[in-house]
Design a protein around this ligand. Structure first.
Ligand SMILES: Nc1ncnc2c1ncn2[C@@H]1O[C@H](COP(=O)(O)OP(=O)(O)OP(=O)(O)O)[C@@H](O)[C@H]1O
Length: 337
């Protein structure tokens, strides 16, 4: 049984989780997480933010120094065995044996979890098929492409049919095609199979594409949590930009935009460009275009840019994601000196 709050089954339920390492590093400083079963949850943060430490606690590899959590309804301290049975973990560093075939890797993994006979073979075949590896299942893994190896990694994590899958940076190092294939697989696992996935990533786009909910972690704390759209909507909306046809009167265009009654906010003119923000840029444009056309003002081109998760990150942490990554890389270098 998984825990439940107000009718929602929670696959992960953490309260005030803390980890202070010996030597005093406060890697996780009071994290609360409520992750409904059957959803993909993205944990997003630069290197050193505390994501791995949080995941290590939830997967029973590291004991919390404060707070409590349950995974699939089991307490991560008192019921470690049950938690381990209920979860699958796909680490960044592949655990596959490249000198064995894909199928052999899966069979070995299944045996570790006590699977045998028909059930074991059926599950291995099912996963090879699901991940498009059926044809290469009997080939040595050393002949696989990066994308194929990564799929096998995920299949290994799923062999014993866990309820919750921890996926660490699933597409690092993959080319764009392999990355989008992997995204498709992850979506299907949650939607068709009801699997709960905790995805750790420092790719903003990955979290945006896959996660129903995501939390931005910075310096051991969750600084904001919500759906990607909610988080982006908290900014001032889409950026709308209209390039007026040569000879147009941009100031008149601005007055017309203002008369539209709040469809656009923060309206400004720069040469022949009329700019503004809108909660629903794509919805705002047609009415605005019609009003401009009616006043004989023609528009050469329109762009609507959605706020990105990078904008969200910036708002909540005061620095861009890239700047945070660079700062973390610098700090790690200094530590090594
Ligand atoms: N075993 C340890 N002992 C002491 N400090 C540690 C240990 N493991 C991690 N830390 C520190 O805890 C902080 C959080 O590290 P953590 O690995 O959890 O971050 P992260 O967000 O997962 O980063 P990455 O993406 O690089 O894994 C960092 O300052 C790190 O140096």
């Amino acid at each position: 049984m998984t825990a439940s709050t107000a009718g929602t089954r929670l696959a992960i339920d953490a309260s005030d989780l803390v980890k202070t390492y010996k030597g005093g590093v406060q890697a996780v400083r009071g994290v609360n997480l409520r992750i409904p079963a059957g959803t993909v949850f993205g944990l997003l943060g630069p290197n050193g933010a505390g994501k791995s430490t949080l995941v290590r606690m939830l997967t029973t590899l590291s004991a919390p120094t404060g707070g409590s959590a349950s995974v699939a309804g089991f307490d991560i301290v008192r019921q470690q065995k049950q938690v381990r049975r209920a979860i699958g973990c796909v680490a960044q560093n592949s655990g596959v044996d490249v000198q064995a075939t894909g199928r052999e890797n899966l069979l070995l993994q299944g045996r570790v979890y006590g699977m045998r006979g028909v059930e074991l073979n059926r599950r291995a075949d099912e996963l090879l098929l699901r991940f498009g590896l059926a044809e290469v299942g009997n080939r040595f893994v050393k002949t696989y492409s990066g994308g194929m190896k990564r799929k096998l990694d995920v299949a290994l994590g799923l062999m014993h049919s866990p309820q919750v899958l921890f996926l660490d940076e699933p597409t690092t190092g993959l080319d764009p095609e392999a990355r989008s294939e992997m995204w498709e697989q992850i979506r299907e696992l949650a939607w068709d199979q009801g699997l709960t996935i905790l995805l750790t990533t420092h790719y903003l786009e990955e979290a945006d594409q896959l996660a129903r909910n995501l939390a931005i972690v910075d310096q051991g704390r969750i600084v904001v949590e919500g759906t990607p759209d909610e988080l982006k909507a908290q900014l001032n909306g889409d950026a709308v930009s209209l390039e007026l046809a040569a000879g147009s009167d941009a100031d008149t265009a601005k007055s017309i935009a203002l008369e539209q009654g709040g469809v656009l906010s923060e309206i400004g003119v720069d040469g022949l460009t009329l700019r503004g923000r809108s909660a629903d840029g794509a919805g705002a444009v047609p009415a605005l275009l019609a009003a401009l056309e009616a006043a004989d003002i023609h528009v050469a081109s329109v762009t609507v840019a959605r706020p990105s998760l990078d904008d969200v990150y910036m708002r909540y942490t005061g620095r861009s994601f890239n700047a945070a990554e660079q700062a973390a890389a610098h700090a790690a270098k200094e530590e090594k000196k």
